[in-house]
Design a binder for this molecule. Structure first.
Ligand SMILES: [Zn+2]
Length: 404
C-alpha cells in the first residue's frame, strides 16, 4: 500500500474512532473502560481490518501439513486455526509487527505465521508444508510438549493460543500480581460487575487472540443456608462440555451437552467456596452461563474421562448444527438469539493410546478433510461423526448491540 493512502486510512480511522468513543451509545456499553483504552483498541481493530482487506492475495488454503513424528494433533489444530479468518489474515499480513508493544521477539508468532503463509500461498505447488520450525519453537516455549508421545489436541490448542497471546499482547507491561483479592461487589448490579471484571481483563490481556477467542463465563452460587447469591466471572477461551451418559441409543446432541454444562450443580461443603454472608463454607448450588460471547467459540467435547486408574474415551455420537447454533439460551437473561456457524472440526479417531487427529475445515468454497499431508473435499453430510472432538464456530449475527 502506498504511503499516502496509508496516511489517509489512518486519518479516517482516527476520526471514526474519536467519533465512536465520544458517542454515548458506546459509552453505555463500556461505561468503565477509559476513553484512551477504548480508543487504542478501536484504532488497532480498524487499522488491521482495513489493511487486511487491501493487501491479501490468497491461495485455496487446501494444502496439507507434513507429519514429522506423531504430530497429527498439531496438524489438525493448525488447520482449524488456519481457517479462522480473523487470525489467518492477521498472521498473513504479519500485523503483529505493527501493533506489538512488547520488545521481546514474537518468535512463535513469526513461525506460526510462516506456516500459515505456506498453507495460503497463492502460487501453491500442492506440496505439504513442513511445520518443523514452528513445532521446535513451540516445544521451546512449552517444554511439557517435548518428546514424541501422542499429545492432546485440545491441550495443544490452549497452550498455543496462550503463548501466541503473550507474544502479541498489546499490554505486556501491566503487572500481573497473582490473583487479585476478591472484590466486594455486593451492592452493584450484576451487569456492572461483569463489565468491571471484563475491563480489568482487557487492561492486561488485549491481543488479536483475545479479540477473537475470549469470552466471559459467569458462575453463580446460591447458598443453601442463607440464600445469598454471588457471582464470579472468568475469562474463557474455549468451552469444555461434558457428554451426557446414555445407557441406550448412544447418540446425543450438542444442545444436551450444553444443557448439562449449564445445569445447576449441587456442591457439598468441602467443594464449595466461602459464602460471603455466612463467612464459611456451606452447601450451595452452582450454575454456569456465558456472560459475554466471543467472536469465535471453541467447543471441546470432553470425550476423555480420567479415572483413578486409567483414561477412557467416549465414542458417543454427538450431533451438532453446522449453521445457526443458538447460544442465547446459555447467555444473560433476555440476550436474544446469539448465532454461530461452524467452520472447522478437529476429529479424534481411535483409542486413548492409539489415536489419530484429523480436521475438517470450510474455506468458503466448501469443506475439506485434512489428514496430515492429504487434503480431500468432503460433503456436508460427512462432517458429523462420532470422532468430532473440538468444534470451531464463528459468530454470525452482529455483536454490535451486545445487550446485557
Ligand atoms: Zn450463606
Amino acid at each position: 500500500m502506498p504511503g499516502a493512502s496509508g496516511v489517509n486510512v489512518e486519518g479516517s480511522c482516527e476520526a471514526l474512532c474519536r467519533t465512536l468513543v465520544s458517542q454515548n451509545g458506546l459509552q453505555r456499553e463500556t461505561a468503565d473502560i477509559s476513553q484512551s483504552v477504548l480508543y487504542t483498541s478501536l484504532m488497532g481493530l480498524l487499522l488491521v481490518a482495513d489493511n487486511e482487506k487491501e493487501q491479501l492475495t490468497l491461495g485455496s488454503g487446501r494444502i496439507g501439513l507434513r507429519n514429522i513424528g506423531n504430530t497429527c494433533f498439531l496438524n489438525a489444530v493448525v488447520q482449524c486455526l488456519s481457517h479462522t479468518c480473523g487470525l489467518r489474515d492477521y498472521c498473513l499480513l504479519k500485523s503483529h509487527r505493527q501493533e506489538k508493544f512488547s520488545k521481546e521477539e514474537a518468535t512463535l508468532m513469526e513461525a506460526f505465521s510462516e506456516v500459515l503463509s505456506g498453507l495460503w500461498d497463492a502460487n501453491e505447488g500442492h506440496t505439504a508444508v513442513n511445520p518443523r520450525q514452528f513445532y521446535n519453537n513451540f516445544k521451546e516455549a512449552v517444554p511439557y510438549f517435548s518428546g514424541y508421545s501422542q499429545q492432546d489436541a485440545q491441550e495443544f490448542l490452549r497452550f498455543l493460543l496462550d503463548k501466541l497471546h503473550t507474544e502479541i499482547n498489546r499490554r505486556p507491561y501491566v503487572r500481573r500480581a497473582g490473583k487479585d483479592p476478591e472484590p466486594k461487589y455486593a451492592r452493584i448490579r450484576l451487569s456492572e460487575e461483569a463489565v468491571a471484571m471484563w475491563k480489568k481483563h482487557l487492561e492486561r490481556d488485549d491481543s488479536r487472540i483475545a479479540d477473537l477467542f475470549s469470552g466471559q463465563l459467569r458462575s453463580s452460587l446460591h447458598c443453601s443456608v442463607c440464600s445469598h447469591y454471588s457471582n464470579t466471572f472468568d475469562v474463557f477461551c474455549d468451552l469444555s462440555l461434558p457428554i451426557p451418559k446414555k445407557s441406550f441409543a448412544g447418540e446425543v446432541t450438542l444442545k444436551e451437552c450444553l444443557d448439562l454444562f449449564s445445569q445447576e450443580e449441587k456442591l457439598d461443603k468441602e467443594n464449595s467456596p466461602m459464602c460471603e454472608r455466612c463467612n464459611r463454607r456451606t452447601e450451595c448450588t452452582k450454575r454456569l452461563s456465558i456472560q459475554r460471547f466471543p467472536q469465535v467459540i471453541v467447543i471441546h467435547l470432553n470425550r476423555f474421562t480420567t479415572s483413578r486408574w486409567s483414561i477412557s474415551k467416549s465414542t458417543v455420537y454427538v450431533s451438532f448444527p453446522l449453521t445457526n447454533l443458538d447460544l442465547g439460551p446459555y447467555g444473560p437473561i433476555d440476550c436474544g438469539p446469539v448465532l454461530y456457524n461452524l467452520y472447522a472440526i478437529c476429529n479424534h479417531a481411535g483409542t486413548v493410546n492409539m489415536g489419530h487427529y484429523t480436521a475438517c475445515c470450510s474455506d468458503g468454497n466448501g469443506w475439506c478433510f485434512y489428514n496430515d499431508s492429504s487434503v480431500t473435499p468432503v460433503s456436508e453430510n460427512q462432517l458429523q461423526t462420532n470422532q468430532a472432538y473440538v468444534l470451531f464456530y464463528q459468530r454470525s449475527n452482529s455483536s454490535a448491540a451486545i445487550r446485557k
